[in-house]
Write a new protein. Structure first.
Length: 305
């Protein structure tokens, strides 16, 4: 009799151990609730879950909505890296109408997961619902806008593409003078392109104006070592801005030295960063302005005094 009880106990213990090995990586951390809210990705509905007031979506489903989604089984990592504008969209989800279950009533448990989920390179909170990896739709905000429309009872993600205005360098201009300042003027022409003029801007290279959801709007340029002697005074001024340990002082200094306007409206600098390599120094000036579309830019003026 004792042997029989011992066998049953060992059998039960083995079952518990097996259950822990299979399911032990997860624990209940929330609840899925019934909802009448519909989630949309670029205008197309996507299956969603109300996780105690927050809208979750299946990460893998984003493959059907134009995103690049990959899973690495070795490292237990799921990565949503980018939205591919020209990728074929195969989503065909049709929202189910809830006419019987009370809003806010219990649907299922939400479990933790050992899968590391990254969106645009950053780790985000993820969940396990029915064996699927769930992220909050707000996690996609690095790719575009996530907006809640209470009247329509919907939450929508809309992709906003980044843009870059790269100016060509005029290598034929003289770079033998010693300078301490520059003026860069960019004006949209009748063909939709941009004309570039100014003073001493031939000493700058890789001049760009960029905008994306993560970095915002910023002005970037480089100065190469072959003109360092001629640009010593300018470099001292720029490096004094970018290398200062007090970031607030650097920002104030940047706004004193650099005057930037877009469409004749002055824009302040909110951050400064320094980069470089291969014989050049890169300067990044982050601007306190959101311009989501390059077509909205008609003129730019940058003066380093």
């Amino acid at each position: 009799m004792n042997k029989r009880i011992t066998f049953i106990f060992i059998l039960l213990l083995s079952f518990v151990s097996l259950s822990f090995n299979v399911f032990g990586a997860t624990k209940v951390i929330g609840k899925v609730l019934n909802t009448d809210i519909v989630a949309y990705i670029n205008g197309l509905p996507i299956k969603s879950y109300n996780i105690e007031g927050y809208t979750g979506i299946v990460a893998e489903d984003l493959l059907d909505y134009g995103f690049d989604v990959t899973y690495n089984n070795e490292f237990r990592t799921l990565s949503i890296r980018q939205y591919i504008k020209d990728k074929e969209v195969t989503a065909n989800y049709i929202p189910e109408k809830n006419i019987t279950k009370p809003i806010g009533s219990f649907v299922s448990n939400v479990y933790s997961t050992d899968i590391i989920t990254k969106v645009n390179g950053d780790t985000v909170t993820s969940y396990n619902i029915g064996g699927k990896t769930i992220i909050l739709i707000d996690s996609l905000s690095s790719f575009g806008d996530v907006k809640w429309y209470p009247t329509e009872r919907k939450i929508c993600f809309d992709y906003i593409p980044s843009w870059s205005l790269k100016l060509e360098n005029d290598y034929n201009k003289d770079t033998s003078a010693s300078i301490s300042n520059f003026i860069l003027e960019v004006t949209r022409n009748s063909l939709g392109g941009f004309d570039v003029s100014g003073e001493n801007n031939q000493y700058l290279t890789y001049v760009e104006f960029n905008w994306d959801k993560v970095e915002g709007l910023y002005f970037k340029f480089s100065i190469y070592g072959n003109v360092n002697i001629q640009t010593t005074k300018l470099l001292e001024k720029l490096n004094n801005i970018a290398n200062n340990n007090n970031i607030y002082y650097s920002i104030n200094l940047a706004n004193d030295y650099m005057k930037i306007s877009i469409n004749n409206n002055d824009i302040s600098i909110k951050n400064v960063k320094l980069g470089g390599g291969n014989g050049h120094i890169d300067y990044y000036f982050y601007l306190d302005k959101e311009i989501l579309d390059l077509d909205d830019i008609h003129s730019i003026r940058v003066e380093c005094k």
